[in-house]
Design a protein around this ligand. Structure first.
Ligand code: GZL
Length: 336
């Protein structure tokens, strides 16, 4: 008898739990997130930010898809979210075009879309965008390099650029911004190729650059830290010195923890931050939408420009004075 009662009690408890679970699931806000991929430290932090905020404890059911840098897969992921009839869709667009058709489908399905990080340039059918100004990042890089070269008595700049993923607004903006300063200052950009924001890509492009341009370049611009790590490996293998005490000025973007550690050690001269922690700002947008309010259409993340030396304290970008921050242990400790 006791055994039957014990079994009955266990079955009842299981039914209750599943019922609670079911009703709790119905109360959760469902979010579909189509993420670029897993190509960099920056991307890992971006994904973690969303998973930390949009968790069940906070009242969310996050449907996460890692699109592995595949634009077709990303469109497919968004359409799967429409089929699931999620409450909101978050997109970090691998490339900035080819979006209007699927965003129209989201609009027709009555599902608000929030775009984060990279931009969509061929459609405005989304509620808000939360991210960084990539052109400003490129301009800041150029303005700092101008001031740094002058301070160091470097008269000629012969630069190699390792770009991010072709077609991504991050690569487009950083390239355009730096190119504007290079044109103004009469610098030579010997080459500019896509390293796909990966360490492997950075190393392979740098290896090919060394074959073609060894002895001709004194600046390498990597459009993210993982590319810079690869470029460092390639230059070290070729016996080329870089960084504060080297023959080549090495500049990066993102300023992830590992990148700032290399700035602090002097291997990377400067690192222009791109803040990946957008999720709290996205949640604010979702809460405004849920309350029937109209969110800001554009939300810029706060970012800093990091250096090893305190030679250049400020730069002026688009008429705005901006601080160059010397990396400290505390800054590295607190970074994403
Ligand atoms: C920029 C982001 C870029 C990072 C890279 O906002 O889209 O993609 O700079 C990442 O690290 O791969």
């Amino acid at each position: 008898m006791k055994k039957r009662l014990a079994v009955f009690a266990a079955m009842t408890a299981a039914l209750c739990m599943s019922a609670i679970g079911a009703s709790a699931d119905e109360d959760l806000i469902t979010i579909g997130f189509a993420q670029v991929g897993h190509e960099s430290d920056w991307r890992t932090a971006s994904t973690q930010s969303c998973q930390d905020v949009f968790c069940e404890e906070n009242g969310y059911d996050l449907q996460f898809v890692d699109c592995d840098n595949d634009s077709a897969a990303q469109l497919e992921a968004v359409r799967s979210f429409i089929e699931q009839d999620v409450d909101y869709i978050i997109i970090d667009p691998i490339v900035s075009t080819g979006w209007d058709e699927v965003l129209t489908e989201c609009e027709d399905a009555g599902i608000p879309v929030i775009v984060i990080d990279r931009t969509i340039d061929d459609s405005d059918k989304y509620a808000a965008w939360v991210g960084s100004n990539f052109t400003t990042e490129g301009l800041a890089c150029g303005e700092w390099l101008k001031a740094y070269a002058e301070a160091k008595g470097i008269e000629e700049i012969n630069a190699l650029v390792i770009e991010g993923t072709t077609g991504s607004s991050a690569a487009i903006g950083r390239t355009e911004g730096f190119q504007e300063i290079a044109d103004r200052e009469g610098w030579t950009i010997l080459d500019s190729q896509d390293g796909d924001f990966t360490q492997t890509g950075g190393q392979e492009i740098m290896e090919s650059y060394i074959k073609s341009y060894e002895g001709q370049f004194n600046v390498v611009i990597c459009q993210n830290d993982n590319e810079a790590f690869g470029a460092m490996d390639a230059m070290t293998a070729a016996g080329i010195s870089y960084g504060v005490d080297g023959d080549v000025i090495l500049v990066s973007f993102d300023a992830c923890t590992a990148g700032l550690e290399y700035v602090q050690s002097g291997d990377i001269n400067a690192d222009f931050e791109c803040n990946p922690l957008a999720a709290p700002f996205v949640e604010e947008v979702i809460q405004q939408l849920a309350a029937g309010e109209t969110p800001e259409s554009t939300v810029y993340m706060e970012e800093h420009w990091y250096v090893n030396e305190d030679i250049i304290e400020t730069i002026t970008v688009d008429g705005e004075e901006q601080t160059m921050t010397v990396v400290t242990d505390e800054i590295v400790e607190a970074q994403y």
